[in-house]
Ligand binder design. Structure first.
Ligand SMILES: Nc1ncnc2c1ncn2[C@@H]1O[C@H](COP(=O)(O)OP(=O)(O)OP(=O)(O)O)[C@@H](O)[C@H]1O
Ligand SMILES: [Mg+2]
Length: 382
């Protein structure tokens, strides 16, 4: 059963996007109660009762705390802050803004979706690329970060050989391709051999630089293609981007239980909640309409059930996915009517429902309103 401390740590992953801080440091977390049956009740004091971010903060709280082992149910009790709490919060928010509260250049309003898996070769990079493009087609600004520092594959998959450039202040501009913004070590080095040569030098810091020195701009979504496995990169990401959530890719045949344990363990150690599972390389339908389940079936559903998260989509096995990846034109673009493309678009739509875009009211607007409300209260006779 998680302790109150564990829950507070998990709540550091709930960011108030407008105030640019997490709800713990902003003093918004009140009483936490853990019942022996795994029901956790979290008290959250909102700046104002009709806070526009209320449901977002509630949902994020439920997801983050719900991801902890042993938690069976999360109840959120919201209250409105007292005047004193509010002015404390305001000074924290101001201090944050002054002292550069954003350790990364990823805007606090950007939803971060890390595409990971319990093992390699299941199609993470293909899924990340096609999802990113499909989310962009829904009308969002999308970034795609290739966090597979050594085994990068995104440049090939989107068909770019452009090179990242940095300005005098060492700020890097992402490459634009397929309507999304891209960053990958493959956009720095000339060949896999050069990548090896650079290994341990600048590249060991690549991930950190990609988050801190890239001018991502105001992205709605940042999709991250994770390296295989459950190691350091995952932990580093979770530390630098506490708002990150994970989509787990699996094939239909995987011994779901084994993968589930690994993924759940990673999620728990990094406080990175799993939003859902995407089954990839599901059945293949040949030109004559015959259906073959080459890699078995049911693995995605099984994994989703054992993690207690939704199965977001099943992407069929289709040569067009390989072809699109090899030719540098993701299947959702090169062959939109392909069953795999249809499934990728459905996955993007579902994902945007599960991880809704942040409210786009500006921080300044909200702070201005808060100050007004405070002034009005102060003018009122006690
Ligand atoms: N739905 C699919 N249908 C057919 N081929 C696919 C599908 N998804 C991925 N592939 C192919 O499988 C291979 C592995 O995919 P990909 O590189 O995306 O996996 P990965 O999980 O990122 O691998 P790694 O763990 O090495 O990073 C690629 O050749 C890709 O084109
Ligand atoms: Mg990959």
């Amino acid at each position: 059963m998680p302790t109150e401390h564990d829950i507070r740590e998990a709540l550091r992953g709930v960011v108030d996007p407008e105030l640019g801080g997490d709800i713990v440091e902003l003093g918004m977390v009140g009483d936490i109660q853990v019942d022996p049956d795994g029901v956790v009740t979290v008290g959250i004091a909102l700046t104002i009762a009709e806070c526009p971010l209320r449901s977002q903060i509630e949902q994020d709280t439920m997801r983050k705390v719900g991801a902890l082992r042993g938690v069976t149910e999360v109840r959120v009790r919201t209250t409105a802050m007292t005047q004193r709490q509010r002015s404390e919060l305001m000074s924290t928010a101001r201090r944050n803004a002054r002292e550069n509260a954003e350790p990364t250049r990823v805007a606090p309003t950007t939803r971060v979706i890390a595409v990971g898996s319990g093992k390699g070769g299941v199609g993470k990079s293909s899924v990340a690329t096609n999802l990113a493009v499909a989310i962009a087609d829904l009308g969002f600004e999308v970034g795609l970060l290739d966090a597979d520092i050594w085994g990068f594959s995104i440049p090939r998959m989107v068909g770019t050989d452009a090179r990242l450039t940095a300005n005098d202040d060492r700020i890097i501009q992402p490459i634009e391709a397929q309507g999304i913004k891209l960053v990958s070590t493959g956009l720095i080095v000339d060949s896999e051999e050069t990548a090896l040569m650079w290994r341990g030098l600048m590249l060991s810091k690549a991930l950190e630089q990609f988050l801190k020195q890239v001018e991502w701009g105001e992205l709605g979504y940042l999709v991250i293609d994770m390296p295989p496995g459950t190691g350091d990169i995952q932990m580093a990401l979770a530390r630098m981007l506490p708002q990150a959530e994970m989509v787990v890719v699996t094939t239909p045949q995987q011994t779901a239980q084994k993968v589930a344990v690994r993924v759940a363990d990673m999620a728990r150690r990094s406080y990175m909640p799993v939003v859902g599972v995407i089954e990839n390389m599901s059945g293949f339908t040949c030109g004559h309409g015959e259906h073959y389940e080459l890699f078995g079936s049911g693995g995605g559903r099984e994994l989703a059930d054992s993690l207690g998260v939704p199965l977001i989509a099943s992407i069929p096995l289709d040569p067009a996915v390989v072809d699109g990846g090899d030719r540098g034109s993701p299947v959702v673009r090169s062959d939109p009517a392909n069953p795999a493309s249809i499934a990728f678009r459905a996955a993007a739509t579902r994902l945007v429902e599960l991880v809704p875009p942040a409210e786009d009211e500006t921080c300044t607007a909200r702070i201005a309103r808060l100050v007004e409300a405070l002034d009005a209260q102060q003018r009122q006779p006690a």
